[in-house]
Design a protein around this ligand. Structure first.
Ligand SMILES: NC(=O)c1ccc[n+]([C@@H]2O[C@H](COP(=O)([O-])OP(=O)(O)OC[C@H]3O[C@@H](n4cnc5c(N)ncnc54)[C@H](O)[C@@H]3O)[C@@H](O)[C@H]2O)c1
Length: 360
């Protein structure tokens, strides 16, 4: 995979900047990818993961940072897209020295990149990183941070689902609909509560017995099924993937009975072209990166000094953005995933261009 964009190389990625960072003593090996700063400093989390190779780590950071540029653009944020990976097993090598070394590399970018939590990094880690850099979000509440981002992620998914319901059934509510939630983790739990308050019937599944115990104790009206295969084959109106990526694939899409898919999981489309299969089956897919942007909206708010009500208001607008994307998809005769990409690219180009107006 090439990093530099060129008209001769259509496979290249077009990233602005990719930085390799190493601190031998602490064992830090990190790659920071900045896809675009057209709308502002790049924001995206740090994934701490034992990649099989440096190539895998690079491929992941390039892919994830590009995805963040699109997500942040459609979330209406004045932020570009970036992401970082730390290569290694966090259970084995995570230490104060390693995190602080990483923080110094983030600081060296002088605000071109803001970091946050991702797989393998937590709020407590952000507090350690923050001892070396100002350019960190997702901090603990005691340090003025936004705390648990799954609160507004779930709220945003619910808003996106309301917009999808309106598009398909004419009213922006899940009342009387049967919604299948796959994954009752941090986001799935909050989402289930929103759906029940809205008058939906919820059918759910999880591989973790503790999550099932929680739902039995908290929401006994939720119907539980054995696994995701049973959930998607059941008579649900809406499918909400809230576990891992790749939920929409060649095995699941042909048997899916839902009319709408809207969930929190990242990278739900297993491969390019699957969005077309969904559209051909008459299933409306609310793009994952649009509806799950509540979390990044929540942590991005820290940059202004965290205010939950302001962040919630922004996450509520995911309803309007989803509506606009679904309308554009109809108008242009393309799947919603394609319409979302077009809208994100339009905002990056139109608003990003304004920086060419010279000020002082
Ligand atoms: N937390 C956030 O703010 C946020 C923001 C954007 C996107 N997301 C995405 O949303 C998804 C859920 O995030 P989360 O924070 O709730 O994670 P989580 O780890 O708290 O929850 C995931 C849940 O899915 C369950 N699960 C795993 N494999 C399963 C399977 N095969 N079938 C059924 N259940 C399964 C797990 O047991 C767990 O309860 C992830 O894909 C995440 O990347 C989360």
């Amino acid at each position: 995979m090439g990093v530099f964009a060129s008209t001769d190389d259509p496979g290249s990625t077009g990233h602005e900047q990719v930085v390799f960072c190493q601190d031998k003593q602490s064992g830090l090996k990190a790659i920071i990818g900045i896809y675009s700063t057209a709308l502002g400093p790049a924001l995206g989390g740090t994934r701490f993961y034992p990649y099989a190779s440096e190539e895998d780590a690079l491929a992941d950071v390039l892919d994830l940072s590009r995805g963040m540029a699109y997500k942040n653009a459609l979330a209406g944020l004045d932020l570009g897209g970036g992401k970082a990976v730390i290569w290694g097993d966090p259970e084995q090598i995570k230490s104060e020295a390693l995190l602080r070394a990483y923080g110094r590399f983030v600081e060296s970018l002088a605000g071109r990149y803001y970091t946050a939590c991702d797989v393998g990094t937590y709020v407590a880690d952000m507090d350690v990183i923050a001892r070396e850099t100002k350019y960190v979000t997702g901090r603990s509440v005691e340090h003025g941070g936004a705390g648990d981002s799954s609160i507004l992620t779930a709220w945003g998914v619910f808003q996106g689902m309301r917009a999808a319901a309106e598009h398909v059934w004419g009213t922006p509510t899940l009342s009387g609909r049967r919604v299948g939630v796959a994954g009752l983790g941090k986001v799935g739990k909050y989402l289930t509560a929103h759906l029940l308050s809205d008058g939906a019937e919820v059918v759910a599944t999880d591989v973790n017995p503790k999550a099932l115990e929680w739902v039995r104790a908290t929401h006994p009206q939720v119907e539980l099924v054995d696994d995701t295969a049973a959930l998607i084959a059941s008579d649900v109106d809406v499918y909400a993937p809230c576990a891992l990526g790749g939920a929409l694939n060649d095995d699941t899409v042909p048997v899916l009975r839902a009319k709408v898919v809207a969930g929190a999981a990242n990278n739900q489309l297993a491969h390019p072209g699957i969005e077309k299969v969904l559209a051909d089956r008459g299933i409306l897919y609310a793009p994952d990166y649009v509806v799950n942007a509540g979390g990044v909206i929540q942590v991005a708010d820290e940059i202004e000094g965290f205010n939950f009500d302001r962040a919630k208001l922004r996450a509520t607008r995911i309803y309007d953005t989803t509506r606009e994307i679904l309308r554009l998809a109809d108008d242009e005769g393309v799947p919603p995933a394609v319409a979302a990409d077009r809208l994100a690219e339009r905002r990056m180009a139109e608003v990003g261009r304004l920086r060419t107006i010279h000020l002082r």
